[in-house]
Structure formats: structure tokens, C-alpha cells
Design a protein around this ligand. Structure first.
Ligand code: GLY
Ligand code: MN
Ligand code: MN
Length: 360
């Protein structure tokens, strides 16, 4: 797979008249090379790739040399003191005139240093070429995602059993992190456990709240396997739904099913979003659905495509997306249900199973 991507990248470089590309996105770095180091934010990168017409180099610092050589066979590993110096030495004498770069994954400070170190180079925004490629998964990538889902589902099933009055959000979240860490490469994002009124916050941070009878409890978690993520949400009730939550739940589930059915090749992200939004609006809850319907998942937990109003491009076979409508009632609680779906020529394939959905 990696050879094929490298080839496609070089064809793109040739078409754009580029001598190379500097890859600083950790996701694209892994996608192309297999080097699975974590960055500590944009200012503490574990390295970059420099793909030229005839060479491909992995530039990193001394801490990662061994890991890079092991995980990225076929890449020439260069140990640098800093990125600008590493790139300058790597291209010295090669007559490089133009390089693409990834502005979302390069600080302004690093860019200035690069410009200073390589005064003859013209820099061009890569415009997310590799991010676009990543949206369509190979069979091997789908297999890794399936394994990440299997772990998430095991943990979700057990977590659901722990949703009882008296449990504390943070304790349940800590248990989830531990289980994901033991069973996979770890959580694909910090899990969410949001109970009662906290369930009205789509990205609530687990806190010290004790779950009370009738509370909705939103659990959103994912695992990482061989570098690939899962992302799923279920809403449980401690003892049974309180207030109007059972009705809200039914609406959200209906919206989710409608949107999953809409995940077919050729449909735009906007159309899938509309399918979910329409069901929720018809139930009079439209103003409480405050986020997009879903997003691509792969090496990054959030990646292309987006199932939202602003995504007018079509879904293609091989894309893996979440479908996660939610209704959030301030001060009261909320419901979100999140599935993962593979887009195929034969229609949507739900990669997450039917476990954890409630019926009354
Ligand atoms: N876990 C964040 C999300 O569902 O997008
Ligand atoms: Mn999620
Ligand atoms: Mn999600």
C-alpha cells in the first residue's frame, strides 16, 4: 500500500512541477512511512518526511532513530538537530527549487526558519493532497479499523454494565482508558463519560459527578490498532430513562438509521447530514442537534470526509465514516449514538454492531 501512495504522491508532484514535499503531519508521516511516533503538539514534532523525485527521507532527532529505522524500512533516516537544518543538509546540491508543505502541521516559526535556511526554495501549500488520499481506505486499512472497533465494542459492552447509580464519571472513564490501553495501542482519544446534565455537552470532560437514577450517560470511546482508530458512542440510562429522554433517544436512533442508509457512493456529506437533521427537526428538536452528523476515521480520529452542511463532495467506496447524531437539552441531558460505516458499491456496511442500542 505504502509504495502505491508514494507513487501517487510523486505523480502529483510531477503534475504540479514540484521537486518534493515536506510532510509534517504525523498522520501523513505514518501513512507514507509506517513511523508511528506521537508528536507533543506542533512545536515538538517527532520528525518529518522529505519526499523528493528520486529519494525519500525520514528526518528525526536522536530519540527516535532506532524506532524510525525499525518502523520505516526503505526510508533513509537522517538525524537532525532541528528541521530547517535537516532539510537544508538533505537538499544541498540537489538543485531543489520548489517544495510543497503542510501549513496545518507546521508552525509559523518553523516555516520562517525553513525559508531562512533555504532561501532559493519556493514553498507551495500541498492543499491536503495526502489527507484526500487517506479518506479512501485499502482493505488492509479497513481490517485494522475493524480490529480497533472490536476492542472498542468489548470495552463499551462492559462499560455499559457499569452504568449504575453511584458510579462516578471519572472512575468509569479511568477504567475505560485502562481497558483500551491493555487491549490495544490505547485510546484513540480521551474517552467521554457524561452523565445527567453533563450529557448536554457534546464534548464533556469526565468529572466528579456521581450518576443518579434515570440519568442519561453518554459514553464515547475508541481504540487504536496498528495505527488506526475506532470511534463509537452509546447512551445508557442508570436504571431507565428519566423525563423525555426515552423519546429523545428514539428520535436520535431514527435519525442515525436514516443517515446510515444515506451513506452511499455519490451522496454528498451534506446529503447524509441532511438525512439525520431532517428527522430531528421534524421531531421539533432541530435546534438541539449542534454538531455535524459525522466524519471520516482512520489514522486520525477526525479526518476527511465530513458529514456536514459544508461538505459538498461525494462519498466514495472505501470511505469509513462515523454517523453520530445527537440531541442536547441544556440543563437536562442528552443522547448521542455513534456508529462507524464503510461506504461500498453495494451500499453502507455498518462496521460497528448493534450492541448497546436500547429499546423500550
Ligand atoms: N469522539 C469524538 C467524536 O465522536 O467525534
Ligand atoms: Mn466519538
Ligand atoms: Mn466521532
Amino acid at each position: 500500500m505504502r509504495q502505491r501512495i508514494l507513487k501517487a504522491l510523486r505523480s502529483w508532484m510531477a503534475a504540479k512541477g514540484l521537486d518534493g514535499i515536506l510532510v509534517t503531519s504525523p498522520h501523513n508521516r505514518f501513512y507514507l512511512s509506517g513511523f508511528l511516533a506521537e508528536d507533543m503538539g506542533i512545536e515538538e514534532s517527532a520528525g518529518a518526511l522529505l519526499v523528493l523525485r528520486r529519494q525519500h527521507l525520514l528526518l528525526t532527532d536522536g530519540r527516535y532513530r532506532e524506532q524510525a529505522e525499525r518502523e520505516a524500512p526503505g526510508w533513509h533516516v537522517i538525524v537532525y538537530k532541528n528541521l530547517a537544518q535537516g532539510v537544508r543538509e538533505a537538499v544541498e546540491g540537489l538543485g531543489i527549487g520548489s517544495l510543497a508543505y503542510e501549513p496545518r502541521f507546521l508552525s509559523c516559526a518553523a516555516m520562517r526558519s525553513l525559508e531562512k535556511a533555504l532561501p532559493g526554495v519556493r514553498w507551495m501549500d500541498s492543499k491536503g493532497f495526502l489527507d484526500g488520499k487517506r479518506a479512501v481506505k485499502s482493505d488492509a486499512e479497513v481490517e485494522a479499523i475493524r480490529e480497533a472497533i472490536a476492542v472498542a465494542e468489548e470495552v463499551m459492552e462492559e462499560a455499559g454494565k457499569r452504568v449504575v447509580p453511584g458510579v462516578i464519571e471519572r472512575e468509569l472513564a479511568a477504567w475505560i482508558v485502562q481497558e483500551l490501553s491493555v487491549r490495544s495501542q490505547g485510546p484513540s482519544f480521551p474517552p467521554i463519560v457524561a452523565s445527567g446534565p453533563n450529557a448536554a455537552l457534546p464534548h464533556a470532560v469526565p468529572g466528579s459527578r456521581t450518576v443518579a437514577p434515570g440519568d442519561p450517560v453518554i459514553i464515547d470511546l475508541g481504540a487504536r490498532v496498528r495505527g488506526y482508530c475506532s470511534d463509537m458512542t452509546r447512551t445508557f440510562f442508570a436504571g431507565g430513562p428519566g423525563g423525555r429522554m426515552a423519546e429523545v433517544y428514539r428520535v436520535v436512533r431514527e435519525a442515525q438509521v436514516a443517515a446510515i442508509e444515506a451513506c452511499v457512493p455519490g451522496a454528498t456529506g451534506r446529503a447524509v447530514d441532511r438525512a439525520a437533521r431532517q428527522v430531528i427537526a421534524e421531531a421539533g428538536l432541530g435546534e438541539f442537534f449542534v454538531h455535524a452528523t459525522g466524519h471520516g476515521v482512520g489514522i486520525a480520529v477526525h479526518e476527511a470526509p465530513s458529514l456536514s452542511k459544508r461538505w459538498r463532495r461525494a462519498l466514495r467506496p472505501g470511505m469509513v465514516v462515523t454517523v453520530e447524531p445527537g440531541v442536547y437539552l441544556p440543563g437536562e441531558g442528552g443522547v448521542r449514538l455513534e456508529a462507524m460505516v464503510l461506504v461500498t458499491d453495494e451500499g453502507p456496511v455498518e462496521l460497528t454492531g448493534q450492541g448497546g442500542y436500547l429499546q423500550w
